[in-house]
Every structure is written in structure tokens, then in C-alpha cells.
Ligand binder design. Structure first.
Ligand code: AMP
Length: 460
């Protein structure tokens, strides 16, 4: 099986860190299959659909080749539609944060020509656009492709379906022969095969078997009065009833207050922010990952780099000032083709933040008021598991099997009453079904793990 760690690729540590901050923890299938070849300079034919992570596959590849000091077009990405070009441009801008001073221009039809010429005159390293408009720029000499290193044809089959075949040929003829060409297509009909033979050199072909569905995140915005925030948050839980969620706040104090408030309402929540020491942070994350805590209340900084499972809901207790941060936050739900929901509270004075998000996403935000929500006021959210901490860990040669063995053997628990086991240097954590907690603690207080007594306590 291919290595799925981004750090296994010959890319900069800054890019690995950037990917991590975007929540990209592992490569998707298409990335794991294609990136080693792309980074090796090979031409590529990839059969992959939107939602597979293909944009990052070619984006990471082309960024690796860019020389920021040369202000000519070094990468060209042809897309069939303006919407796709927009999407691709946004994703590549995010990926390009790891390299300073990279300029990307979008050249799509339906937009005024003049400003595009202006952007090109300032120098653009990456050009993303639709074939017709790129052809216009080439004909008017406002775009030159003689310094091009990477050519990407995204959704090549759709471009052919839309009748762009001749236009594409004309564009490709103006690129250097010595270039890398990456062709992405959801289908692989004869016409594409023919095209591949004429424009690719000794290409590698990769196909993604399992198709990832596009992520679907339903986004809803609720306008509230400042003093209504807590009650509105509760209304969201009572109406949407997510089984797991992350609530984003601005400040550490706010995180603590919101987590306390939720716990009082019988919604299991823990705060995570920069004031926690490493051990406390580990414990919060262990409990969240092992189903002992359904809700995390976090600052953006504390949530950065969290390797957490897909969440049913992301809730913005307050909207971030920066629309990009909003996009990062909501990307934590609806992963891997699952449906996710992103709920945001905002006050009148925060309306500008909603506008910025609309601009960023190029679509209107759906706004409502919490008074319109049906609330099940009986709603509680208690975790199925509880976490026991043992004061022995890796350095005491304790392994997960030792803990599992002790609990299912002498303590008499059933295997399915025991959840995730996490081993740290000097302590271990095991998730136990609530109903089996007494039995497990009774045994651990007297019995032994791997031949020695360990202190065990429930963490709460
Ligand atoms: P695409 O197929 O390029 O449209 O990508 C689909 C979605 O997957 C986009 O929202 C990307 O931000 C996201 N994505 C791409 N690569 C990864 C990754 N390695 N891990 C998590 N999400 C990813």
C-alpha cells in the first residue's frame, strides 16, 4: 500500500505544515497514487472525479516547481467552467500559502477583460481559467506561455464535450514542448485517449477506484442579539441534535464559560485552548476521540492540527473575522463524503463577517433566526463511554493488549464494553462503557496489569 503521509513526499516542510493546518492529515487515494509521479516530473493521466482531492494532487505538484522570482506564467490550469476555475483557484491559493509571494490569476469568460490584463501585467506565476478566455489573451498577446512548466487539463472530458477541442489545441501549441502535462478526467473515452497520445509524453496512468463523493456541508447562519448567544447555542443543539460537535469561540475564557454552560445543560463538553498544559490537552483529546466527550469547545489556535474524526457539526459561537478561517473551521465536518452541518451565530454588528463569507464562497449565506427552530428541550448529550486513567505507560512496558487482557480476563468485562486504548509514556487511558465503569475500577483498584498494581481513576 502506498504511504499516505504527506511528509513522505519530497515537498517542503512548510507545505507539510500548511496541509496539516488545512486539516489534510493523510493523502487521498488520488494524491497517494499520483503525487510521487507528479513530483518526479512525469506526465500523468488521472481518472478521478471532483471530491477525490485531485486539485490538491496537481496543486501541490505544480507549486513545487514554481520559481517565485520569475514573474511569468509557470503553471496553467484549464477548466471547463468558471465555477470549477473559481474552486480550483481558491484551493491553490490555500496550498500556496506555504510559498511566499506566489501570484495566481483567474482568467474566465463573463468577466471584464481589462482587469485581467492588469493582473497579468503585474506578473502571475499561476494562471487558472477557461479555454475561451485564455485563447483570447493569447491572441491579444496579453498572456505568454513560453515559460510554462506545468500544464493541467482539469475535467478534460468535459472540456471536449463542450467543444473546446480546437481551442485547447491552439493553447497547447503555444506552450513549450518541454513541459509537464497532467490530464484529469472523470471518464476515459476514445477522444481523450487520442488527445493523450498527442499531448502527453510517456505518461503514467492512475485510476481511483473508490470514488469519493463531494463533501456536502450544509451551512446555516442565525442572527441573534448579543445577550442571546448561550440560549441560541442550546437551541441549535436541541434542534439539530448532533452526536459530536466542535464549538468555536474567540477567547480562552469564552471556551471555558461555554463548556461549563453546556455541561450544566447536560451536554458533555470540554474546553481546549492554549492555557491547558500538555497533559490536560492530551486528556481532552483522548476523551474526545474515544467517545467519552461528544463536544469540544475550542479556539482556532487550539484546534489547529487536531487529528479528529469527522464531526457531525461545526458550530461557530462567534464568526471569525477572516472568511478563510471560517472555511477551515467548517472543513472539519462532512469529511470523506459524509454529510456535515455548519451552524453559525452572528449579531447585527457581525453582519460584515457574513458578507465576507458570501464573497469568499461566491454564494449567499442562508440566514435564519433561532426562534424558528423546533426545540426538543429534553435533549441531553451524554457520551456512551467514560475514560479511566492508569498510572503506567509505555515506559513501564504497558501495551494495549495488557490492559485489554486484564479487563476482559480477571475483571470479567466483555470485549465490546472496552473502547479505545491510548498509551502515553507514563500513563494510559482506556475507554469503558458507562455501565461497566464500577466493575472495571473495582478490579483495577485491587488487581494487576502485567503483573503489577497500577493506580486507576476515572477522569472527569
Ligand atoms: P477536489 O476533488 O479537489 O475538489 O477536493 C475535494 C475536497 O477535499 C476539497 O474540499 C479539498 O479541500 C479536500 N481535500 C483535498 N485533499 C484532502 C486531504 N488530503 N485530506 C482532507 N481533505 C482533502
Amino acid at each position: 500500500m502506498a504511504n499516505t503521509q504527506f511528509s513522505s513526499l519530497p515537498i517542503s516542510p512548510a507545505q507539510v505544515a500548511n496541509l496539516d493546518s488545512l486539516g489534510y492529515k493523510k493523502m487521498t487515494d488520488i494524491q497517494a497514487q499520483a503525487l510521487p509521479h507528479i513530483l518526479n516530473g512525469k506526465d500523468l493521466i488521472a481518472q478521478a472525479k471532483t471530491g477525490s482531492g485531485k486539485t490538491a494532487a496537481f496543486g501541490i505538484g505544480l507549486l513545487n516547481e514554481i520559481n517565485p522570482r520569475f514573474f511569468g506564467a509557470q503553471a496553467l490550469i484549464l477548466c471547463p467552467t468558471r465555477e470549477l476555475a473559481d474552486q480550483v483557484g481558491k484551493e491553490i491559493r490555500r496550498l500556496a500559502r506555504s510559498v511566499s509571494n506566489i501570484k495566481l490569476v483567474l482568467l474566465c469568460g463573463g468577466k471584464p477583460f481589462g482587469p485581467q490584463v492588469g493582473s497579468l501585467q503585474h506578473g502571475a506565476h499561476i494562471v487558472v481559467g477557461t479555454p475561451g478566455r485564455i485563447q483570447d489573451h493569447l491572441r491579444k498577446n496579453t498572456l505568454k506561455l513560453d515559460g510554462l512548466k506545468t500544464l493541467v487539463l482539469d475535467e478534460a472530458d468535459r472540456m471536449l464535450d463542450m467543444g473546446f477541442s480546437d481551442v485547447m489545441k491552439e493553447i497547447i501549441a503555444q506552450t513549450p514542448k518541454k513541459r509537464q502535462t497532467l490530464l484529469f478526467s472523470a471518464t476515459y473515452p476514445d477522444e481523450i485517449k487520442k488527445m493523450c497520445r498527442s499531448i502527453l509524453r510517456d505518461p503514467v496512468t492512475v485510476t481511483v477506484e473508490s470514488e469519493h463523493k463531494p463533501t456536502t456541508i450544509e451551512q446555516l447562519f442565525y442572527e441573534i442579539k448579543r445577550h442571546e448567544r448561550n440560549n441560541a447555542l442550546l437551541a441549535l443543539f436541541e434542534h439539530y441534535q448532533p452526536e459530536s460537535a466542535i464549538v468555536f469561540c474567540h477567547t480562552k475564557l469564552q471556551c471555558d464559560e461555554v463548556a461549563n454552560f453546556l455541561r450544566k445543560q447536560k451536554i458533555g463538553a470540554l474546553a481546549i485552548h492554549g492555557d491547558l498544559d500538555q497533559r490536560e490537552r492530551d486528556q481532552v483529546l483522548v476523551r474526545f476521540a474515544n467517545n467519552s466527550c461528544p463536544v469540544l469547545v475550542a479556539t482556532d489556535v487550539a484546534a489547529r492540527g487536531l487529528d479528529i474524526k469527522s464531526l457531525q457539526a461545526v458550530i461557530n459561537y462567534e464568526l471569525p473575522r477572516d472568511a478563510e478561517i471560517y472555511i477551515h473551521r467548517i472543513g472539519r465536518t462532512g469529511r470523506a463524503g459524509e454529510k456535515g452541518i455548519a451552524l453559525s451565530l452572528f449579531t447585527e454588528s457581525e453582519q460584515l463577517r457574513v458578507k465576507a463569507i458570501e464573497k469568499q464562497q461566491n454564494k449567499p449565506c442562508i440566514c435564519d433566526v433561532t426562534a424558528s427552530l423546533d426545540r426538543d428541550i429534553e435533549f441531553t448529550l451524554q457520551p456512551p463511554m467514560v475514560t479511566i486513567q492508569l498510572d503506567g505507560g509505555r515506559k513501564d512496558k504497558i501495551r494495549p493488549g495488557d490492559i485489554l487482557g486484564a479487563l476482559t480476563g480477571d475483571a470479567g468485562l466483555a470485549g465490546d464494553q472496552i473502547g479505545k486504548i491510548d498509551i502515553f509514556d507514563r500513563s494510559s487511558y482506556v475507554a469503558i462503557e458507562q455501565s461497566a465503569l464500577r466493575q472495571a475500577l473495582n478490579y483495577l483498584s485491587q488487581g494487576k496489569v502485567k503483573g503489577r498494581s497500577v493506580r486507576a481513576r476515572k477522569i472527569s
